[in-house]
Design a protein around this ligand. Structure first.
Ligand code: AGP
Length: 610
């Protein structure tokens, strides 16, 4: 949550910082601000609301320097207001921060007792005053920051300016992400890669308890205790165009349409069609390791959690390995039973979600092996994991995850096939069918995307005013029902619930009447007849049925008020096709209502607070 960006070089900083903030706005968008070194000190402009308000404020008061920092905020401490917006200033020091300082109340009391006046309600301003206090004692910026961070507990990525050292930015981090970008004559920092893509592909990821001094000619990196660190930059293969809307009305719609490409990129080089197997040297498990796994624990949050439920079903069915899914936030701190013999798969688009990161760390400390499935190369979860099996969806900008979810499904299915092959629980024919099916899936989705969009747009005209919507599915369609409901809630603010279809009669059926649309996922799988009965039960309560049916399934379609057709697939592959109309349903309702699809209220793309 919150995005920070910095630039030091010969170019004017303001346009670069604003451009970076625009690419980071998905991380938080309730206020924003810039601080730039001017000829006579640091100048700051801040504004409440979206970035356009900051741009407006800057058009009235230009900032001309070439060294500066910027911030886009997702409020944690203190409501969105100009005084609470970053950068925060104390004496010669300006600070932007992403994270949460847990002992801020204690530090605030201490600073106030020694005569410092704290203007905002934020935890960040405390950091600015701590650094200021250290500079008053005669320390340079790096030493002052080192000493100050010694008092701080919690998560932070900070970028700091000092009026006394106008040619540099100092950055440091613990738990929150920070990447440094290097190019000829300029150095940058940001919370995430897309902010820097127009300027450089050469990036260095800061580790916890590291501090870096950024200057136009490059950077120096040390541990907080002063130990020098040498780290080479990595070349990031994402292009800036991948983070543009490309003619689509919203990033979310673009990303839904990018799913076939994202899947192709994720499957590329991993499907061994000749041997009906999966080629995944990166997962870091030997053939023997695969046989020795006693249990798989899948950890994730939100949409990624829904992918793990499908992953669990695949692992049990194909690899015959006991598997459980856990919400990462619930796994932590409850003394869950985990240890050697457990393989933990931590799934996260951003690779930075703090709950998932901390839960996986806890499991690793207790002896489990951790495999990360993440989309952002070099992010925190892959860095702490024993091995990483990346998805290759490209940058996902819309807050509502779509293409990353799709590629998480692909990796989880590939891993299940790989494990099943090693454990001898799937035979050649079964594996060949799955591998061939997976290879075709990008094409199968692409073929129907436009038509599905049209069908869903038409259906939504009749249902966009519904206040509650239920999504039902069994087996692999159950996590897709959960995902459909989450998508709708997130971006259209309509109350929606996903249920296992068999659970309806145990309570939720009481909610049904003629005003409640029920989206029923009914691919032609082993659950078809039972789901059909559940649908009839809903119809009998006058609920309106929107079916997600296999193309040509006139029997199911005759029972629906409206239906969308999906391509017939192997039943293990059904989630790849059934989730697409649900994503489009949420998108079309939100677009019809005119909500802010890519930046829904109260949310942020990367959740780095607990
Ligand atoms: C997805 O639409 C959501 N914005 C959210 O639930 C997300 O999936 C969750 O915060 C986990 O994020 P991660 O995959 O980056 O860990």
């Amino acid at each position: 949550m919150c995005g920070i960006v910095g630039h030091v070089g010969a170019e004017k900083a303001t346009p670069i910082l604003l451009d970076g903030l625009r690419r980071l706005e998905y991380r938080g968008y309730d206020s924003a601000g810039l601080a730039v070194h001017a000829s006579d000190g640091i100048e700051i402009v801040r504004a409440v609301g979206k970035l356009r308000n900051l741009e407006k404020a800057l058009s009235e008061k230009g900032l001309l320097g070439t060294v500066g920092i910027g911030h886009t905020r997702w409020a944690t401490h203190g409501r969105p207001s100009e005084v609470n917006a970053h950068p925060h200033i104390a004496g010669p020091i300006a600070v932007v921060h992403n994270g949460i300082i847990e002992n801020h109340l204690e530090l605030r009391a201490e600073l106030e007792a020694s005569g410092f006046t704290i203007a905002s309600d934020t935890d960040t301003e405390i950091i600015a005053h701590l650094i200021h206090r250290e500079t008053q004692a005669g320390h340079d910026m790096v030493t002052a920051i080192r000493h100050s961070l010694g008092h701080v507990e919690g998560a932070y990525a900070i970028a700091v300016l000092s009026e006394r050292e106008p040619n540099r930015i100092v950055v440091a981090k613990s738990a929150s992400p920070l990447v440094i970008g290097v190019s000829n004559g300029a150095t940058y920092c940001a919370s995430d890669i897309p902010a820097l893509l127009p300027y450089t592909n050469e990036m260095v990821f800061l580790e916890d308890s590291e501090i870096a001094v950024l200057e136009a000619e490059g950077f120096t990196l040390t541990k907080l205790d002063g130990t020098p660190v040498s780290r080479r930059s990595r070349k990031i293969s994402w292009s800036p165009v991948m983070a543009e809307k490309d003619g689509y009305k919203h990033f979310m719609l673009k990303e839904i349409f990018e799913q076939p490409r994202a899947l192709e990129d994720t499957l590329r080089g991993r499907l061994d069609r000749e041997n009906a197997d999966i080629f995944t040297p990166e997962i870091g498990l030997s053939e023997d390791d695969a046989k020795r796994i006693d249990r798989v624990i899948l950890l994730a949050c939100g949409t990624s959690h829904h992918a793990t439920i499908a992953g669990r079903y695949w692992l049990e069915e194909l690899a015959k390995v006991p598997a459980i899914t856990e919400l990462a936030s619930e796994f932590r701190g409850r003394d869950a039973v985990v240890g050697e013999g457990d393989l933990v798969i931590a799934v996260s688009q951003s690779g930075e979600t703090i709950d998932t990161l901390m839960a996986a760390k806890e499991a690793k400390e207790r002896g489990a092996k951790v495999l990360a499935i993440a989309n952002v190369n070099g992010s925190a979860i892959p860095r702490m994991a024993d091995a990483s099996f990346y998805t290759h969806a490209g940058p996902e900008i819309g807050v509502a995850s779509t293409k990353c979810f799709m590629t998480q499904l692909a990796n989880l299915l590939m891993f299940s096939i790989w494990l099943g092959r090693r454990r001898g629980t799937i035979d050649d024919a079964q594996a060949a069918e799955l591998v061939e099916g997976l290879a075709r899936i990008p094409h199968v989705i692409a073929e129907r995307l436009r038509e599905t969009h049209l069908m869903v747009t038409d259906i939504v005209r009749d249902f966009s005013e519904a206040r509650d919507v239920l999504f039902l599915g069994r087996g692999l369609s159950f996590p897709m029902a959960l995902e459909g409901a989450l998508k709708l809630k997130e971006i259209s603010y309509v109350h929606a619930e996903g249920y296992a279809a068999g659970e309806m009669k145990h309570g939720p059926i009481a909610l049904l009447d003629a005003h409640v649309p029920v989206v029923v996922l009914m691919p032609q799988d082993r659950h078809y007849d039972r789901v059909s009965s559940n649908m009839q039960e809903a119809r009998a309560r006058e609920a309106k049925i929107i079916g997600v049916t296999t193309a040509g399934d006139t029997q199911a379609q005759s029972l629906c008020d409206r239906f969308v057709e999906v391509a017939p697939t192997h039943e293990a592959l059904s989630p790849f096709v059934t989730v697409v109309p649900l994503q489009l349903y949420a998108y079309c309702v939100a677009d019809h209502k005119g909500t802010d699809v890519d930046q829904p209220r109260n949310l942020a793309k990367t959740v780095t607070v607990e």
